[in-house]
Design a protein around this ligand. Structure first.
Ligand SMILES: Nc1nc2c(c(=O)[nH]1)N[C@H]1C(S)=C(S)[C@@H](COP(=O)(O)O)O[C@H]1N2
Ligand SMILES: [Mo]
Length: 537
């Protein structure tokens, strides 16, 4: 642009190079973004064509989750809690957008070869994320490849828009219009109309693709399910102290507030018709059960608290539910466990794995669960089936969207989280949590209350210490079972000022929680939950 004579010339047919050099930055940025949008839309559309296929964004996200180091995963859970997945998806979009803008600028300024190469590279990366990831089916690469090809096409088209039409004389008005543009030789109107059109088409087709994926949604399958009543159902729940103690966790955690932790960015699409639970590996007889066959077995109902190993002291990654299912020991007895097997590996539809000792079948209520709190399992909690093992952290036991129970050996196979730095054996550590009062309260008599859990052992006692005073035993709520948490409370005369309150539980084995602080990794946090309360004067 330094040479003003060049502007004059460009009213006539400019050479490719001179026009390319003049393409403004925003033009390239827009081209890149629209190309990325069109590519992603194509990916969604293709993903909507078969249950076997998944959105490229979801495939890439799943792969990222599989690859992130332990420290980063812990940081993500700590910083974003259960919104960590939304943050991941947003990050992927931002990375794609930034890359797309750069590639767009490079392309419209003449390097279409680079544009095509990058778009195809992204397609291949996305494709390999779906092809080599947890979804190992080869056709899984199709949505990402379609995304790459369409993005490349739009980039090339965007570059062509920077050149005047081949026969400008055919439209007599064109040279006049072009000469009025700040950057002569570029038809801004044509560019905006074309990219705008592509953007609209991408939005429409992309949403259509998402809509089509919806028909594989497992939630649709769940709607039709009626669980048979368990042969041994539990007595109705006792009166819940939480009703009168505001802020105390209810005895049974409602489904909507039950925590959710898993590696799945989108729920696996399970079709009940083709779903089977297979019993494989070191067994005398491999078996495969349909959903109906499993529901026909003797169903039991049990109150069991489950917890995530990533639950910090005082954290919320723990919940108590009334699970309905069949006994795992009975089911496995039908296949016959070979003596050399020492690990029971739950495998999910999306190829997550969690392994625990065969020795856990010691009479405790290990359940293949189909229901939770009187309903079929919610999709987020593992529909159609999951494992529940009292006393073991979820990552070694509670496989959701269960598709296979494989009898293996610890020395030949590791569950998903073990090579990622988490302990192979992970009994739940006895814990207690203060739910109330809040951090700022008025003076007067208040309840200090919370929950304590030691699944498989039961809670014997919970004590509270205020401002380094002596430990006081609290009142305990009803015991639903040794596997379920217990509520506790104590009344406190809150005087104005700052106060430190801690709690500790003693489990059924007589062991009291250690004060020693331990990180969640590699096998669960320890320490006494401590809160600071400011009482107004
Ligand atoms: N398929 C599958 N099952 C899974 C996981 C997973 O990532 N995938 N995560 C496990 C972990 S780490 C925990 S703590 C529990 C959490 O169960 P919830 O989401 O029902 O609370 O599920 C377990 N089951
Ligand atoms: Mo977990």
């Amino acid at each position: 642009m330094a040479d003003s004579a060049g502007t004059e010339q460009s009213i006539a047919l400019p050479s490719a190079e001179s026009s390319a050099a003049r393409v403004p930055l925003w033009w390239g940025i827009l081209t890149g973004l629209v190309a990325a949008g069109a590519g992603l839309a194509a990916g969604e559309l293709v993903a909507g064509m078969s249950r076997q296929l998944r959105s490229p964004i979801v495939s890439v996200g799943d792969r990222v989750i599989d690859l992130v180091p332990k420290g980063l995963k812990e940081w993500a859970i700590r910083s974003f809690g259960t919104s960590d997945k939304a943050v991941l998806i947003a990050t992927i979009f931002v990375v794609i957008a930034i890359a797309a803008m750069i590639v767009g600028v490079v392309t419209v300024r003449g390097r279409t070869d680079l544009g095509i190469a990058f778009a195809v590279l992204f397609g291949v990366l996305g494709g390999s994320a779906s092809g080599i990831g947890r979804n190992t089916k080869v056709i899984g690469v199709l949505p990402s490849l379609a995304a790459g090809v369409v993005a490349a096409g739009v980039l090339v088209y965007g570059h062509r828009l920077t050149k005047p039409r081949t026969r400008p004389s055919a439209t007599p008005a064109a040279p006049v219009a072009q000469s009025m543009l700040p950057t002569a030789g570029l038809n801004r109107r044509r560019f905006l109309v074309s990219t705008g059109g592509i953007a609209v088409a991408a939005a429409v087709l992309g949403s259509a693709g998402r809509g089509m994926q919806g028909r594989f949604n497992t939630a649709l399958e769940r709607v039709g399910v009626r669980l048979p009543a368990p042969k041994t159902s539990l007595p109705p729940l006792p009166t819940d102290p939480a009703v009168t103690t505001e802020g105390l966790s209810p005895l049974i955690t409602p489904i909507n507030s039950f925590f959710r932790i898993d590696t799945a960015l989108s729920f696996p699409n399970v079709s009940l018709k083709s779903w089977r639970l297979r019993i494989t590996g070191l067994v005398d007889r491999e078996r495969a059960y349909t959903y109906d066959e499993l529901l026909d077995r003797e169903l039991i109902e049990r109150d069991i608290t489950i917890s995530c190993v990533s639950n910090e002291v005082g954290g919320g990654l723990v919940g108590n539910a009334r699970w309905i299912g069949c006994r795992l020991d009975d089911l496995l007895a039908d296949s016959g466990i070979k003596p050399e097997a020492d690990q029971i590996m739950g495998v999910s539809v999306d190829e997550f794995t969690a392994g625990f000792p065969v020795a856990a079948l010691d009479g405790r209520d290990c359940i293949v669960a189909f229901g939770m709190n009187g309903e079929a399992l919610p999709v987020k909690n593992g529909f159609p089936a999951r494992l529940i093992v009292p006393g073991l952290y979820g990552y070694v036991s509670a496989t959701k969207w269960l598709s296979e129970i494989r009898l293996t050996r610890f020395d030949t196979e590791e569950g998903y989280w073990v090579p990622r730095g988490w302990s192979a054996l992970a009994p739940v550590k006895t814990q207690s949590r203060i739910d109330r009062p809040g951090t700022n309260i008025a003076a007067g008599t208040v309840a200090i209350a919370g929950v304590a859990w030691a699944p498989a052992l039961g809670i014997e006692q919970v004590e509270v210490q205020i401002n380094d005073g002596s430990w006081q035993a609290t009142a305990l709520g009803p015991s639903l079972s040794n596997n379920a948490w217990r509520q506790w409370w104590i009344s406190w005369d809150a005087t104005p000022g700052q106060h430190l309150i801690r709690c500790r539980a003693t489990d059924g084995s007589g062991a009291t929680q250690t004060e020693q602080r331990a990180d969640v990794a590699p096998d669960g946090a320890t320490g006494w939950h401590t809160i600071r309360v400011t009482v107004a004067g």
